[in-house]
Design a binder for this molecule. Structure first.
Ligand code: SAM
Length: 216
């Protein structure tokens, strides 16, 4: 048994009882992925707390609730093909990998892209492909996707992501005029347009790129 198993179980109980995450597959996968191995050594003891934590390059690993909520909203099945924008530490990528058939992940910062790739090898994850680049353009060659998760806040919904979604597909993305605060939206592509749902306030680092915030 790893020394963080009890902390991880408490985190999952909080996700279920307080945050009302109800998809048993999401709760199960959150109970198995060792989040403490994705944060800096000095912050390991905080890994299962109810908040985001800094990783390298001034970026963050998202709050467990946000990871679970976004994953639940994607409604993944074992045949889903997923695009993830902002791989960061690789934690969310592994959660997605365990619930979907294939995950294509883009990370803007080269250092983090390398770290995330190394994590996939460490965990023997074979169904995640990670590339360094600007994810606000999506990843055309693997499109269309059943689900797209954007783990960084954007001023508007990047058009390429809408275009790369299958009919019936779900895009989960934080949108806000302020680079630090957003509203979490789920956008569902329907036969005749898009349906969008508001899932509450959130706070992400900015999506920097052609269809996000400009790097100043
Ligand atoms: N989900 C990640 C995890 O589990 O560690 C955390 C993601 S962190 C909140 C957001 C990430 O988005 C950062 O690593 C940042 O470098 C990245 N990012 C920002 N703009 C991006 C872009 N245009 N394309 C790809 N990644 C981007």
């Amino acid at each position: 048994m790893d020394e963080y198993k009890i902390a991880r179980e408490k985190m999952v109980a909080r996700l279920r009882d307080h945050y009302k995450i109800s998809d048993p597959r999401v709760l199960e996968v959150m109970a198995t992925v060792p989040r403490h191995l994705f944060v800096p050594e000095a912050l390991k003891f905080q890994a299962y707390r109810d908040n985001a934590l800094p990783i390298s390059s001034n970026q963050t690993i998202s709050q467990p609730y946000i990871v679970a909520k976004m994953t639940e909203l994607l409604e993944l099945t074992p045949s889903s093909k997923v695009l993830e924008i902002g791989a960061g530490s690789g934690y969310q990528s592994i959660i997605l990998a365990r619930l979907a058939r294939a995950v294509y992940a883009i990370e803007r910062l080269p250092v983090l892209a390398e770290v995330a790739k190394a994590r996939m090898s460490e965990f023997a994850i074979k169904n995640v492909t990670i590339q360094q680049g600007d994810g606000s353009n999506g990843w055309e060659i693997y499109a269309p996707y059943d689900a797209i998760l954007v783990a960084a806040g954007s001023p508007t919904v990047p058009k390429p992501l809408l275009e790369q979604l299958k009919t019936g597909g779900r895009l989960v993305i934080p949108i806000g005029d302020d680079p630090k605060t957003q509203v979490l939206f789920r956008i569902v592509k329907e036969e005749n347009g898009y349906r969008s749902e508001d899932h509450g306030n959130c706070s992400f680092v900015p999506l920097i790129g052609e269809h996000g915030w400009k790097n100043s």
